[in-house]
Design a protein around this ligand. Sequence first.
Ligand SMILES: NC(=O)c1ccc[n+]([C@@H]2O[C@H](COP(=O)([O-])OP(=O)(O)OC[C@H]3O[C@@H](n4cnc5c(N)ncnc54)[C@H](O)[C@@H]3O)[C@@H](O)[C@H]2O)c1
Ligand SMILES: O=C[C@H](O)CS(=O)(=O)O
Length: 489
Amino acid sequence: MNLQHPSLLRSAAYVNGNWIPADSGERFPVHNPFSGVTLGEVPDLGAAETERAVSAAQAAFPAWSTRPAGERSALLRRWHDLLHAHRDDLALLMTSEQGKPLSEARGEVTYGASFLEWFAEEGRRAYGDVIPSHRSDSRILTIKQAVGVVAAITPWNFPIAMITRKVAPALAAGCTVVVKPAEDTPLCALALAYLAAEAGFPAGVFNVVTTSRPREVGQVLTSDPRIRKLSFTGSTATGKALMEQSAATLKRLSLELGGNAPFIVFDDADIEGAVAGAMVSKYRNGGQTCVCANRIYVQSGIYDAVVAALHREVATLSVGEGTAPGTDIGPLINTAALEKVEGMVADAVEKGARVVLGGGRSDAAALCYQPTLLLDANATMDLAREEIFGPVAPVFRFDTEAEVISLANDTPYGLAAYFYGRDHARIWRVAEALEYGMVGINTGLISTTVAPFGGVKESGFGREGSKYGLDDYLTIKYLCWGGIGPGGG
Ligand SMILES: NC(=O)c1ccc[n+]([C@@H]2O[C@H](COP(=O)([O-])OP(=O)(O)OC[C@H]3O[C@@H](n4cnc5c(N)ncnc54)[C@H](O)[C@@H]3O)[C@@H](O)[C@H]2O)c1
Ligand SMILES: O=C[C@H](O)CS(=O)(=O)O
C-alpha cells in the first residue's frame, strides 16, 4: 500500500495516548478482501487491556467534560481538517481493507469528516433551560452534562464514518470514548486515532482497542460500570446480545442495527429517476450498507419499462479491485458474506425467482459476486425477510398502494425505505404509512450528517447526526434552587 504518509498505517492499538501491543504479544492479520494479501497485523487485545482503556477514559473524563465547549470544538475541527488533508491516504487504506471502490472510499472520508465538523458546532449549543418556577421562593433550571465514558462498537462496512458518527457527538458533549472497531477493518480506526493525536486530543479521551475476540472485549465494554453508554452499529442479532449484556449496569444505549429496505416504484414515477435511485441505493458499497434497497417493488403499470431500464443499468456494472479505475462493485468482505449471498440467491431461485443477470460468483476475484437482477421475487423468499448485503436486486411486482404498504411493512426491521411517485396526496399517505426511521422520497440516497439517522422496530433506536445526535450523549440535570426569600430592606 503506497501511502503518501506511511505513518497512517498503524500496527499498535491506541490506549491512553500510547501505541500499545497486546499483553500476550498476540497479533492478528488484516487482509485485502480482493487480493487476499495481508496488509499488516494489529494487536489482539483482550479483557485486561480493555479494562485499562476504560480506566484511561475514566481518568480523562473530569478534565475533558469540564473543558470549555469551544476548546473541544476546536479540536474536533482540527481533526476534521486532518481527515481532509489525508483523504487520499485514508481512502486507500479503506479500499485496501474493506474493498469498496476508491471513489466511494473518498466519499466516505468526506462523509465521516462531516460529523466532526457538524458536532464541533453542535457541541457549543448544549443549552439548558430556565423554567418558570412553581414557587415564588424557588428557581428552576436545567443543565446538560456529558453522560460519561462511552463504549463504541462499530462495523466493517463504513470503517471511518461509523466511528466518527459516534465519536464526534460523544467528544463534543464532553464524553470520553473507547472504540472497538470490526476485526476486518481496524486500520482505518487506528489511522483515525493517529490523526486524533495529531489534532491534540488529550490522552485517554479517544481510545481504540483492536481485537479478533469481540465477545471477550465486548463483555468488558458492556459490564464495566464505569462505562455509562454503549453506542453500537452492526447486526440486529449482535445488538440484541449487547443490549442484554448492558442491562446489569443499565447503560444508555444507541443501537444502529440491520435493515431490510423496501424500494417502491409507483405507476406515476419518473422511471429514469427511479432506476437511478434504485441503482445507487442497491449497489453502493456492493450492496453492503444497512440502508440498501433490499426489496424492489414495481407497480404493474410500469413494470416492464422499469425492469428493462434496470436491466440496462445493472448490465453496465463493472466488478473489480477497488483501486482499479472504473470499478463499480468490489469484493464482499469475507467468505461468510459471499456464501450468505449465494445461499439467498439459491433460496430465491428455488422459490420461483428468475435470474436475468448475474446470479453467481464473479471471476474478478475469490470474494466477488456478479451484479445480479432477480425477477418474480416473492415474500416467501429469505431475501424478502433478511438483509442480502450483496449486489443482488430482487424485483417484486405489485398492483395496489395498500398491497405494497402491507408488503413493505411486513418485516421486523424499520431502518430505511424509499418510494418514487408524483401524486402529492399519495406521497403523504405512503410516507406516513411506512414503518421506518428514514424514508427517501424520489431519492435513493438519504445519508447525511444534517439529518437524524436511525431506525425503529428491530433496526434499533437512537439517532446519529443532525441536531438530535448530541442528545444521545448528554443527560439533563434539573436544578431546584430554593430559599430565595423576598428582597432585603
Ligand atoms: N443501522 C446502521 O447505521 C448500520 C450501519 C452499518 C451496518 N449496519 C449493520 O451491521 C451489519 C453488518 O456489520 P457486521 O457484519 O460487522 O455486524 P456485526 O454485528 O457482526 O459486527 C458489528 C461489530 O460488532 C462486533 N461484535 C460482533 N459480535 C459481538 C459480540 N458478541 N460482542 C461484542 N461485539 C461484537 C464486531 O466485531 C463488529 O465490531 C448489518 O446488519 C448492517 O445492516 C447497520
Ligand atoms: O450501512 C449504513 C451506514 O449507515 C452507511 S450510510 O450512513 O448509509 O452511508
